[in-house]
Design a binder for this molecule. Structure first.
Ligand code: NAG
Ligand code: NAG
Length: 498
């Protein structure tokens, strides 16, 4: 009898570790996001980039690096809302920078940090995770157990030009906001480490760097990392042949700075000298952010938490730096929808794993939940407006043990546009070989689209045109491909999962 009791209680404890925080084996989570960071890092582009990110390289070497990760809409609020709730824009109904999904959007959906909080974690948020302000009800209070933190002094960003370096003395006297964030993260880690190490309570620390978003502001030393002779122009400073107008975005965010001249019109771009200057400043800003990431990772190691902490690192979308003559985001081009994503799972990814399989940012929620051995999340029903926790993604954890296994047929993204005064939505898929987009009529009031009202089609053959320089949608030799791709697009993500 006694033996049976002991046996039962062992069973109970084993089961309990899966869903509550009572066990010291429960892993912590460090969740790091950077703003407007395209995958311009050696971990994603190898020697095809001059960008230097020694700290992220080190993290990548012990992580699952997902080289083909796509956001669901290439602008901050919609993308982050989608990733953090694991639902696509047509479910969150967040397509802009104002809508708060819980109150004005698709429903009162739980988030990644909220799920960890509900599972006994201490959750703390620093910097930019949700789109700030009313779009997140001011940093989404249900997600956090600690008071939300923003860098107290952001004065140094209020500049008229698109970029600026600060001297070492200036940085010392008044650290830049991302330095302030890393400082706070280091304090937080020390504060949370005691309970985490003793098994009393694990933590979920979210750290949202504000850069490399415009304006590019960084300590001047980072300019020395990028001698002018090493910085080059994009080799395709023109719009694709046969690109429909809907695919173009006038980059007013950049045009508004005093040092930028131009109209943002199709097949115009900035002067070469300015393009080179901006590319150099963007790279310098990335290296500055990398240094801040490094300070936090070093502290995690110093506290003895490195093997007990899952680390996610991601960007909210890509960023065009003059390719196609285009700048910034809000397009369906590869440069805007592809973003960095990596996940360190201690014990499982220590040797480093690289996968080229197509993954989507809605996959992050179920993946991180599986990595932490919490109760897995069910796939969302077609109407999930009243379901607090569910996923429209797929956990990518199986790619750790088998990074080349058969996986998703396509990654789905979308982008809204106005074409000839009509509201359109560009629904796009990335497959192994192609990018395929249909611009269809979209009713903004009912949030519905109409596949029978297609205004424009784009097809880029990534096998021979990875830069997307020629739209081949009217090329009859691609007719069969277009039929296949259109079916994948219309059948939707549910039919493209592994
Ligand atoms: C833009 O310019 C390029 C190079 O001159 C040309 O091939 C392309 O057709 C143009 N694209 C559009 C959309 O006008
Ligand atoms: C973490 O794991 C690595 C590899 O197994 C080991 O070398 C290192 O000492 C561990 N660190 C701690 C703090 O236990």
């Amino acid at each position: 009898m006694a033996r049976i009791k002991v046996f039962l209680s062992i069973l109970f404890v084993t089961a309990a570790t899966v869903s509550d925080c009572s066990a010291a084996t429960q892993k912590n989570v460090l969740f790091i996001v950077a703003d407007d960071l395209r995958p311009e890092l050696p971990a994603f582009k190898g020697s095809d980039t001059i960008v230097k990110t020694p700290n992220l390289d080190k993290l990548a070497a012990k992580s699952l690096v997902l080289k083909s990760a796509y956001v669901q809409q290439s602008v901050c609020g919609p993308s982050r809302t989608s990733a953090l709730t694991s639902r696509r824009p047509d479910t969150t109904l967040v397509y802009d920078l104002d809508t708060y999904w819980r109150t004005d959007g698709g429903g009162d959906f739980s988030t990644i940090p909220q799920y960890f909080k509900d599972n006994g974690y201490r959750t703390a948020g620093l910097g930019k995770l949700f789109h700030p302000g009313s779009a997140s009800g001011f940093d989404d209070p249900p997600s956090w157990s600690d008071t939300y933190f923003h860098a107290p002094n952001k004065r140094k960003w209020v500049i008229d030009d698109s970029w600026q370096s600060v001297t070492a003395a200036e940085e010392l006297a008044q650290p830049l906001p991302d330095t302030q964030l890393a400082d706070e993260a280091i304090i937080k880690l020390a504060d949370m480490s005691t309970d985490a190490l003793s098994g009393v309570q694990p933590f979920f620390l979210s750290l949202g760097f504000y850069k490399p978003h415009l304006p590019f502001v960084f300590p001047e030393d980072y300019l020395n990392w990028y001698p002018e002779v090493d910085v080059s122009l994009p080799d395709n400073p023109y719009a694709p042949v046969d690109m429909p107008d809907a695919a173009w975005e006038v980059y007013s965010e950049l045009l508004n700075y005093d040092d930028i001249t131009g109209t943002g019109a199709i097949n115009t771009t900035l002067p070469d000298a300015k393009t080179l200057e901006l590319r150099r400043a963007y790279y310098a800003t990335i290296s500055y952010v990398d240094a801040q990431v490094g300070r936090v990772l070093d502290e995690l190691e110093r506290l003895g938490l490195e093997n007990d902490t899952i680390i996610a690192f991601w960007g909210d979308h890509g960023f065009s730096l003059g390719e196609h003559g285009e700048w910034c985001k809000k397009t369906n081009f590869e440069d805007a929808v592809k973003a960095p994503l990596m996940l360190r799972v201690p014990g499982d990814t220590d040797a480093g794993v690289v996968s080229e399989r197509l993954v989507e940012f809605v996959d992050l929620f179920p993946s991180i939940v599986e990595a932490a051995s919490l109760n897995q999340i069910a796939q969302c029903p077609t109407d999930s407006s009243l379901v607090a926790v569910c996923t429209e993604g797929t956990s990518f954890i199986p790619l750790i043990s088998d990074p080349t296994r058969a996986w998703k047929d396509a990654a789905f993204s979308q982008n809204s546009a106005t074409t000839n005064g009509i509201n359109a939505m560009g629904y796009t898929i990335k497959t192994t070989d192609f990018r395929y987009t249909e611009w269809v009529k979209f009713n903004k009031r009912t949030h519905t689209m109409n596949w029978n009202k297609v205004y424009d089609v784009e097809l880029y053959d990534h096998r021979i045109d990875p830069e997307e320089n020629i739209n081949r949608a009217s090329d009859s030799t691609y007719a069969a491909d277009i039929t296949t791709l259109s079916n994948i697009l219309h059948n939707g993500w549910r039919n493209a999962v592994p």
